[in-house]
Design a protein around this ligand. Sequence first.
Ligand code: BGC
Ligand code: IFM
Length: 811
Amino acid sequence: MKFGHFDDKAKEYVITTPHTPQPWINYLGSNDFFSLISNTCGGYSFYKDAKLLRITRYRYNNIPVDSNGKYYYINDDGVIWNPGTMPSGTETDTYECRHGLGYSRFHSSKNNLEADLLAFVPVDAACEINCLTLKNNSDVAKNVSLFSYVEFCLWNAVDDSTNFQRNLSIGEVEVHGSTIYHKTEYRERRRHYSFFTVNAPVQNFDTSRDEFLGAGNGNAFPEAVRRKKCSNSIASGWYPIAAHQIDLTLAPGEEKTFVFMLGYCENPADNKWEAPNVIRKAPAKALIERFDTAEKAMAAFAELKTYWETLLARFAVTSSNEHVDRMANIWNQYQCMVTFNMSRSASYYESGTGRGMGFRDSCQDLLGFVHLIPERARERIIDIASTQFPDGSAYHQYQPLTKQGNLDVGSGFNDDPLWLIAAVSAYLKETGDYGILDEPVPFDCKKGSEVPLFEHLNKSFHYTATHLGPHKLPLIGRADWNDCLNLNCFSSEPGESFQTTGPSEGPVAESVFIAAMFVQYGKEFKEICLRTGHEDLAKEAESAVADMYQAVLDAGWDGEWFLRAYDSQSAKVGSKECEEGKIYIEPQGFCVMAEIGKEEGLAEKALDSVHKHLETKYGIMILQPAYTRYHLELGEISSYPPGYKENAGIFCHNNPWISIAEAVLGRGDLAFDVYRKICPSYIEEISDVHRTEPYIYSQMVAGADAARFGEAKNSWLTGTAAWTFVNLSQALLGIQPEYDGLAVNPCLPKNFGGLKIKRRYRDAEYYIDIRKPDGVEKGVAWMEVDGKKIAGNQIPLIPGKKEYHVTVQMG
Ligand code: BGC
Ligand code: IFM
């Protein structure tokens, strides 16, 4: 069952009922100012950092689940309704929500009054614009009262939801004409403020929540809206809000448009001498003037559309498969941008107050984003590397506003360092910008500790190389990619196994997964060394990688598949000898991606075992059999009920690893089948089972052991987006950025048909025509560039050349 449909021409998903199984959301904003917006207008806004600079308030765990947002109430002859239906919940006669690229559009009507609400964040302004048009479709004049409503958050979202004894006394506002300023200061007196304005005179306003809603009321039918009158309240403490009242008369057929704006401003840094609560309104005035007519707002909207058209044109495929084209050209790239911006901070499942930017998460997000805006990827790499410690280990997370490592979470996840090499090598392959390796980058953000970025990679590599266990496999530390595999918790005090801080390394627990990463990214490190004149290091890397490869063959192979790990007592994890959790997905995917066991015939066996033991109709589970009891020696993984999350859920993130691994072996049908099973567009039809947004990936789908098999959770912020884009664009469609140019090497189902790809790469346009005879899954028979046959399948880079026309014959 579906709750809407794709509109590929408009690059939108059209939701046709407000009653979706979960709130189906979208993200507005691409740089600093962001909003989350659901298909019933729920959500919130923040500037740069969802924890520290939260602009509007949202209540997670609320009832109804999604009942705070930027709302517009219409009182039309006593009937109160909202364009997105919430929070009144009044059923409208028509309803449509279109989530597009950086904007959402609501179209609804009630009693012949039509509302069109367009919400977006302009490309380069710290504000959200809401254009609301009301149209009278009846044949009599209508007197309508329109109310806006946002509830301010007192900036620090954690404090805002906990420190009431203080917060209920600090709220301050100021009102000038139609602009309501929220100027509550946070403790550090950061001198920022926000405002909510509309480009029309208002009859009245409210800034006190109690005055607007009526003390003790919810926000479904505010008292002011019922009585058609705000009371011009000025909040002092308690709960500051911004509500405008606009009374209007619409003749039959007449329509009126209002431009609302929620903005964020900073006082200039030179006003330290001013009283703390004085805000300078000039920055707000300038911002307001940029968008204070419908024409100006629509010009900004057109600019946003062009921005996205230009970005997406960097990778565009035309094939005979609508799912592939839709996901590759629109939604997968879009989600890559969102995950790049948000890491794992703010979604409807991540409160914005917990995880900031993850070291491993952001490094992986970058893999799917680097082709879109390489300059921002560059900046991100420097930010991430700046949180590394001098020994190569790293803070697991950092705060986006301060860019400082998060002390509460600390370090000790031993996969983290190697992800930095993954990110930098992807950046170098995309851009050829070796200059980044010379950038001075500090350790732990400490001034004076700067060394060239290259040294950080060197530290990453050596951190793993020098932290090996008894089987010569890398020590796992607190966990590797699988956060819940806490193999050293056995050695901590009883009852402490859930702790998130603690000894950064246990005695001996080892990870086959990190070993595979080391082989994969160690090879990249060697390449980087060779290209930067570090021959000795390159040799050292080559030999350490060879040793690791051997260690995996010697101690990481279980007979039919790769082992997952050794626990702190050196017992096997993910082995046929285990009582539960006999096989895990991660080492199968990563070992084969790293080509471990390919020559020895093990790789094929490992992937066959994946299909045999882990595959379901909804995707591949992370492990089997699920843990049915708590295993002290394994930690959090066994704390989940069977079939959920890391305990045998279908963890979407590592499904593309299997698909890429299949492509390494040239098995196109199998590679594509893995892709297809979790692909949003392919599974749109089962939206009632899947329940999260059908246009983007979720972190997890409940596995076969779960009561709710097939149901997804944690949509949007998942490494699945980036890894799937790598899988689709590089492994399946075969467009592979390499250090010295673009290579083409598709791996597709036997009957996929030919395809055309346009790719922007290193300041040139590539037009690639791939001819694929039926029956062929992988292999390039010949390749022509601008009509001339070339040797191999890598397009030679010609300095200054702006266009490459490439024909590839598979076979
Ligand atoms: C997992 C969560 C887990 C957390 C612990 C996450 O990556 O997905 O389920 O509770 O790590 O740190
Ligand atoms: O690898 C982690 C990631 O960092 C956060 N989400 C869950 C993944 C698996 O545990």
